[in-house]
Design a protein around this ligand. Structure first.
Ligand code: UDX
Length: 441
């Protein structure tokens, strides 16, 4: 099928390449000329495992192209909208400027019977308000939220754990047009649906809410365990053992119970805030008032990691050499948007520490935003002569591959703060380190 994808960021670029990889003919459209130039050459403009391969393949096959020219969308049957919905400056609500610009830019190129499929995360009610503009052109709007995780984006796009389509509906279910549209989306995603991926057809509001409520739930799970870490800290309990133990209950589950410096990235933080803002507009602020607490717990954990480092260094980090392992908001990504890792590094620098930061993928991005820090590509070089080491992104390079005895030989002091509870505490202690975890004795 011929498809267009408007917006070629972390979501859109992966979606375009993934759709080409399953046999569609895809044009990706973005206003950013540099991004389009790089994608057109088959070069991934950001780090995402597997993206490079499917980009190269797609371009070589002739099924995948990129342009800044919106008219290239003409002739596609389904037009995906994958632009960003950042937090508004000075407020909690989502900024829908890019969504409106994408839809308005696309309108002149729509043909009768086309489908516009919104993938961006938007406040509930957005699709309802956009739909008339699309139907005036004889096309249909569907909301098809994206659940991909960075670092696993290619796999999550080709093989998602569920697909959701919000289509024009009445109280009795999808309208005829809605049912037809859902049928076309089924064709788009045929390879994955044929493998048994659940395909849920619903109304606009439910589809939009599925996405924000999923992210709210995940954020809640992380802040729950981080709240338990705070209690563990005043009682001498170990939150990682606690998480293992409660995680054995299948109703709870161990995933997303990783206590540490908390969640960040381009989605969870801004999505829970936008959800609060939207609930307030709807007169239901109290229903998700707990999300404010989730946010507050999350941010406190960054303070805790900074405090632990200060305490570990005897009350001040001033002029102390602190090596920060990690900058990305999570491993397998170069994304530093709202990264707790980078935030901790910047705060330590603000307290006068001589911060050296390393990361396998995110140095370039971090340097652009925070040129005041010292960046070193090589992990061992970064560790040299450190008074303290703090792990803030649980890359395999630190979690699995860094031998504590080897690290001890490189550094001046033997203090390690494990901001992600990802190190083997016993092994580090045995190698002579004073180990500090998050919510661990
Ligand atoms: C998230 C959702 O998982 C995804 O479904 C949605 O489409 C977009 O938002 P992503 O932002 O890629 O995906 O990251 P995710 O894996 O959810 O991690 C978010 C943050 O939570 C990271 O900073 C991570 O380090 C942190 N985290 C995750 C924890 O602190 N503890 C955990 O147990 C899990």
């Amino acid at each position: 099928m011929r498809l267009s994808v408007i917006g070629c960021g972390y979501l859109g670029a992966v979606h375009a390449a993934a759709m080409a990889s399953i046999g569609h003919e895809v044009v990706g459209i973005d206003v950013d000329e540099r991004k389009v130039a790089s994608l057109s050459k088959g070069e991934a403009p950001f780090f995402e495992p597997g993206l490079q391969e499917i980009l190269t393949e797609g371009i070589a096959s002739g099924r995948l192209s990129f342009t800044t020219d919106m008219s290239a969308a003409q002739g596609a049957k389904v037009h995906f909208i994958g632009v960003g919905t950042p937090q508004q400056p000075g407020g909690y609500a989502a900024d829908l400027t890019y969504v409106h610009a994408a839809v308005d830019g696309l309108l002149p190129y729509l043909s009768e019977g086309d489908i516009v499929a919104g993938k961006s995360t938007v406040p509930v009610g957005t699709a309802e308000s956009l739909a008339p503009r699309v139907s005036d052109r004889g096309a249909t709007l569907v909301w098809n939220p994206e659940f991909l995780r960075e670092g696993w984006a290619v796999q999550d796009t080709i093989d998602p754990d569920r697909l959701v389509a919000g289509v024009p509906s009445t109280d009795g279910g999808p309208t005829e047009e809605g049912a037809r549209t859902a049928g076309v989306l089924r064709e788009v995603y045929h390879p994955s649906i044929a493998k048994g991926t659940p395909f849920i057809v619903t109304d606009y509001a439910t589809a939009e809410l599925v996405k924000v409520s999923a992210n709210a739930f995940l954020a809640t799970k992380i802040s729950f365990i981080n709240a338990m870490a705070e209690i563990a800290e005043v009682t001498g309990a170990d939150v990682t053992t606690l998480a293992d133990a409660i995680g054995h209950d299948a109703r709870i589950g161990r995933r997303f119970l990783g206590a540490g410096i908390g969640f960040g990235g381009g989605c969870l933080p801004k999505d829970i805030r936008a959800f609060s803002a939207r609930a307030e507009e709807l007169g239901r602020g109290e229903s998700v008032a707990f999300l404010r607490e989730i946010d507050a717990i999350n941010l406190r954990r960054r303070d805790r990691a900074v405090d632990l480092t200060v305490q570990a260094l005897g009350g001040s980090v001033f002029e102390k050499k602190v090596t920060v392992l990690g900058a990305a908001f999570k491993p397998h990504s170069d994304d530093i948007r709202d990264s707790p890792a980078l935030d901790v590094a910047v705060r330590l620098h603000g307290l006068g520490a001589d911060v050296t930061l390393t990361d396998p993928a995110a140095i370039e991005n971090a340097r652009r935003i925070h040129p005041q820090l010292t960046y070193v590509e090589d992990r061992d070089e970064a560790l040299r002569d450190a008074d303290a080491v703090i792990v803030v992104t649980e890359w395999d390079e630190y979690r699995r591959d860094l031998d504590p005895a080897h690290a001890a030989a490189l550094t001046a002091g033997h203090i390690v703060v494990d901001g992600r509870n990802c190190l083997d505490a016993a092994a580090w202690r045995a190698a002579g380190w004073t180990y500090y975890g998050m919510g661990r004795p």
